[in-house]
Write a protein that binds this ligand. Structure first.
Ligand code: C2E
Ligand code: MG
Ligand code: MG
Length: 563
């Protein structure tokens, strides 16, 4: 090795050392250029470094390979160094030369050895810093975590950009059921796929993180709100591309638009707001999308109070059954009734709309539904004993029950405890939105049917009606929601009127019974009769009645149709 070459090497080596010790403003371009000149000096054609987190990763070839220099003539390996760090990471550096290059002398090999080792310790330090970051800012499944969200908020605050942002908390809807249905590993894949869509929606300038389970937090520019909400409304995610299998994933979203005068002081304030809002959204408020304002936190407090009061209220029998008659519009005969819950709290009647959504947040609703069934059976048993005319009573069951595996057994246990003939009981269930729920629903309805208990679809025509729901599941009764029933003469001629008539005739052709809810006027009764929906439930005949009043209707049996 000539003296000149030695000098040139040291000068380049010093330059490289300068670059790799500049931690705060590492200049990769200058560093790579320096390496390139060293390689040229020694006629090295290609330099490669490999990094493996552990020897096992090395064995499995699961690591990273960096090619820092390659002039395309690297035919033979001239030097290779493998080092194992104290933390057991493995680094391999390899230098290649063209087969026509002059062989290296002893001194040259010494210099290259120094170069390689320096390079490897630099790469190892760099990679390990990244690994530590990875561990600190990501969860065990590799999703960015809450810390990375907080870091992002702080950066945006420093850049004075935070007030241009919206923060959001999302909770995936029915994800537990999806997991149950397609299995955990595919469930993970679906979650990953959905998360990628969220990341895309928040864009380069935003951030999406997971807060554990199926909860996510986002921060994104205000102008991207619609884009993000498109993803929360629902996207089909493929989980088995071979068989083209997809599942619909949607999320409840709580959002907070950061106000102009906002100053970040820890993440608590923002988290508090979006968690409150997502709590409301999860109950189905406003189509599962809630923007935080002060009323959200007030409503939240009300819900928590209701949930807290529930166990005692149930024990003290504060929930009462009201019966709303169902009437045959051709004969005026009382055909059945729906049991509706009323909470008599401090002497005041509270309507289900004010407490059912709160109870549906947890599993309290399930307890309430079984309690209602129990009270209904108690009444029927008494009526039978008293020799009264008895009609079939329908009881509402929340969708929350669908995940229970013993719903059927539980219902039978209650009904049989009171020795009620099964045909006196009807179970009302609402429509479902996902394929997975659909399967659970089929299982439950078939089970009830085989036991002789009647089943009804509640609120048909509201929300996400799926024709599959009535084509593939053998319901006894379809209850048409009042939003589909024309209210005026003009409505009868409109699209609503047309739909109503066709829905009724479709249900009849499928051999199911049809009940229309919310019948309030004589005109509507006539419409039902003409459309041949034979059963009406609504204020025209009666409001939901306390039990003694309903017993009068049972005794009378008929309504006069010509009021
Ligand atoms: P739903 O099952 O669709 O019950 C019918 C609702 O429509 C009742 O409201 C009833 O009072 C109302 N309604 C009946 N006729 C008319 C009418 O002519 N005009 C108008 N505007 N409304 C009419 P309610 O009792 O407030 O119940 C609301 C909802 O709460 C029920 O809707 C049901 O989804 C739920 N719910 C009630 N009791 C229970 C229960 O024990 N368990 C469960 N899971 N849900 C219940
Ligand atoms: Mg109902
Ligand atoms: Mg209904």
């Amino acid at each position: 090795m000539t003296e000149e070459k030695t000098k040139a090497f040291y000068s380049l080596f010093e330059e490289m050392a300068y670059h790799i010790t500049r931690l705060e403003d590492f200049n990769r371009e200058a560093f790579v250029d320096c390496l390139k000149r060293i390689c040229e000096l020694f006629e090295i054609a290609k330099g490669v470094t490999e990094f493996y987190l552990t020897p096992k990763h090395e064995n499995d070839h699961d690591g990273e390979m960096l090619i820092d220099y390659d002039n395309g003539h690297g035919d033979v390996i001239v030097m290779q160094r493998r080092i194992v760090t104290r933390s057991k990471a493995v680094l391999i550096g390899t230098l290649y030369a063209s087969k026509d290059a002059a062989p290296l002398d002893e001194e040259e090999r010494e210099k290259l050895d120094l170069l390689l080792r320096t390079l490897l310790s630099f790469v190892s330090r760099n990679r390990l810093i990244q690994v530590v970051e990875q561990l600190g800012f990501n969860d065990e499944q590799g999703f960015p975590n809450l810390r990375s969200y907080i870091r992002y908020l702080n950066t945006m605050q420093e850049k004075k950009k935070l007030t241009a942002m919206t923060v959001a908390c999302l909770n995936l809807r029915h994800f537990g059921v999806i997991n149950q249905e397609i299995g955990r590993p595919l469930g993970d894949k679906v979650m990953r796929g959905y998360f990628e869509l969220l990341q895309k929606a928040v864009g380069e300038s935003g951030v999406a993180c997971r807060m554990g389970g199926d909860n996510f937090i986002l921060c994104f520019e205000k102008k991207l709100v619609d884009q993000v909400l498109q993803v929360t409304m629902g996207k089909a995610i493929a989980y088995d591309s071979k068989n083209d299998k997809k599942v619909m994933v949607s999320a409840s979203a709580g959002l907070f638009s950061i106000p102009e005068d906002f100053v970040l002081d820890g993440p608590g304030f923002l988290l508090d707001r979006i968690m409150n809002a997502v709590g409301m959204a999860r109950q189905g408020a406003n189509g599962h999308v809630v923007f935080y304002d002060e009323s959200v936190s007030r409503r939240r407090q009300v819900i928590q109070r209701l949930q807290g009061d529930f166990p005692k209220a149930l024990k003290e029998r504060e929930f009462h059954v009201y019966y709303q008659p169902k009437v045959n519009v051709e004969t005026g005969e009382l055909e059945g009734a729906e049991a509706l819950c009323r909470w008599i709290k401090d002497g005041k009647i509270v309507s289900p709309g004010d407490f059912i959504p709160a109870l549906e947040q947890g599993l309290e609703i399930c307890d309430l539904d079984y309690y209602m069934l129990d009270r209904v059976c108690e009444d029927i048993a008494r009526w039978l004993k008293e020799g009264r005319n008895v009609v079939r009573i329908s009881v509402n069951f929340s969708r929350k029950h669908l995940v229970e595996t013993d719903m059927l057994e539980h219902i039978l246990e209650v009904v049989d405890k009171h020795q009620i003939p099964h045909e006196y009981i009807e179970v009302e269930l609402t429509e479902t939105t996902t394929d997975v729920e659909f399967k659970d629903l089929t299982r439950v309805v078939m089970g009830l049917r085989s036991e002789g208990i009647y089943t009804a679809v509640d609120d048909f025509g509201m929300g996400y009606s799926s024709l599959n729901l009535i084509r593939e599941i053998p319901w006894h009764v379809i209850k048409i929601d009042r939003s589909l029933l024309p209210a005026t003469e003009a409505d009868e001629e409109s699209i609503t009127g047309l739909m109503y008539k066709h829905v009724v005739s479709m249900i009849r052709e499928l051999g199911m019974n049809c009940v229309t809810e919310g019948v309030e006027t004589k005109r509507q009764v006539d419409l039902l009769r003409n459309t041949r929906c034979l059963v009406a439930q609504g204020f025209y005949f009666d409001k939901p009645l306390p039990v003694q009043e309903f017993e009068n209707r049972l005794d009378k049996q008929f309504y006069s149709l010509f009021l």
